[in-house]
Write a protein that binds this ligand. Structure first.
Ligand code: 13P
Ligand code: SF4
Length: 341
């Protein structure tokens, strides 16, 4: 660990020098603070970052995001050395592990749904372990921009979809596609045989703590204040919020939608704070009375980035992403199935 950093150091100049000297590409998710976003070589949403990082030839990748994103890059490009400036995790991805996955299957089995009748789909916001389990069962990964296409594909198998880990995304897509959905919770063992049997999609009970912050009161407030306002939200928001919005879309789709509106039309967006404030120069509002920042993504600073670069220089990499062989093998298969679709 590098201590005693000179307070007069110009971090931006030093980061720039070190990344060239050490052959490093800096990658940042849209939710990072501006100081990180502005210095990155590649920016984008989680899928774009995984794909574009695959095209780089540099020796090291420093990934400013959360663990599942760094893992996706590593799984798709095992030969690359991927470092993260923080041990940052996505709270939603943390809501499920291998044990909880098995418990969910057991609950469904106790309610008459056999493992062989299930087509699992995991949102990209999940660990490599979960992607691996899903891959091994013949399932695939999805993102918020392709979830409907992937679910349509899964339904062709004639099986029930087990959608992990985001209950809201699963329910929102089910509503959009006129499908029946239900929720399996490892903390609720009540008998639900009929409910599960009547569902096309059974959603695991995970959620994003950031996208739960948007409320109907927030929507009412903005609609009352600006008569012509458009409300745009991410599908990780609660179905009640999604049903009251003018537009629902993934990170990239939200950016496109906001750009397509005349600048005079105000728009309130229900997604991460840093991203929304970067979307447009005026008439843009964060749809919340709170400050919806992704807590761990927000922690990364220029100093962390500098320390990570120095750790490479000293040959003591700070936090290098490692995925065990078995998870990596099946997670890659699950990710590639999605990329093929
Ligand atoms: P994207 O896949 O759009 O980058 O979103 C990831 C995420 O964590 C949204 O909360
Ligand atoms: Fe995870 Fe939510 Fe942060 Fe996205 S915003 S990385 S889903 S905690």
């Amino acid at each position: 660990m590098i201590e005693n950093i000179d307070k007069n150091l110009n971090l931006i100049t030093e980061i720039d020098r070190l990344k060239k000297e050490l052959d490093v590409t800096i990658v940042a998710h849209y939710y990072q603070k501006d100081e990180i976003y502005n210095i990155a070589d590649i920016t984008g949403d989680s899928l774009e970052l995984a794909k574009r990082t695959a095209e780089t030839t540099s020796k090291f990748i420093i990934f400013c995001g959360v663990a599942f994103m760094g893992e996706s890059v590593k799984v798709l490009n095992p030969e690359k050395r991927v470092l993260m400036p923080k041990m940052a995790c996505c709270s939603m991805a943390q809501m499920i592990n291998g044990e909880y996955f098995d418990r969910s299957l057991k609950i469904l089995e106790n309610n008459g749904i056999q493992k062989s009748d299930i087509f699992p789909i995991t949102y990209i916001n999940s660990s490599a372990e979960i992607k691996g389990r899903v891959g091994e069962m013949g399932g695939t990964v999805c993102t918020s921009s392709n979830a409907d296409r992937i679910i349509s594909h899964g339904l062709k198998s004639g099986k029930k979809i087990l959608f992990l880990p985001d209950r809201c995304l699963g329910q929102n897509i089910a509503n959009k596609m006129n499908l029946k959905s239900s929720v399996v919770s490892i903390f609720n063992l009540e008998e639900k045989t009929d409910i599960y049997k009547n569902s096309d999609i059974i959603c695991y009970d995970g959620f994003c703590s950031v996208h739960q912050l948007f409320s109907i009161d927030d929507i009412n407030f903005y609609r009352k204040k600006y008569k012509n306002i458009k409300i745009a939200v991410h599908p990780e928001c609660d179905p009640e919020i999604v049903n009251s919005a003018d537009f629902v879309g993934s990170t990239s789709q939200l950016i496109k939608y906001v750009n397509s509106l005349p600048l005079e039309i105000p728009v309130a967006v229900g997604t991460e704070y840093n991203l929304v404030n970067r979307m447009r120069e005026k008439n843009i509002y964060v749809l919340s009375a709170t400050k919806p920042q992704c807590p761990t993504m927000n922690e990364t600073t220029l100093l962390d980035l500098y320390r990570t670069l120095k750790s490479i220089e000293l040959n003591e990499p700070f936090y290098e992403v490692q995925v065990d062989k078995e998870s990596s093998k099946w997670a890659k298969i699950a990710l590639e199935r999605m990329l093929e679709l």
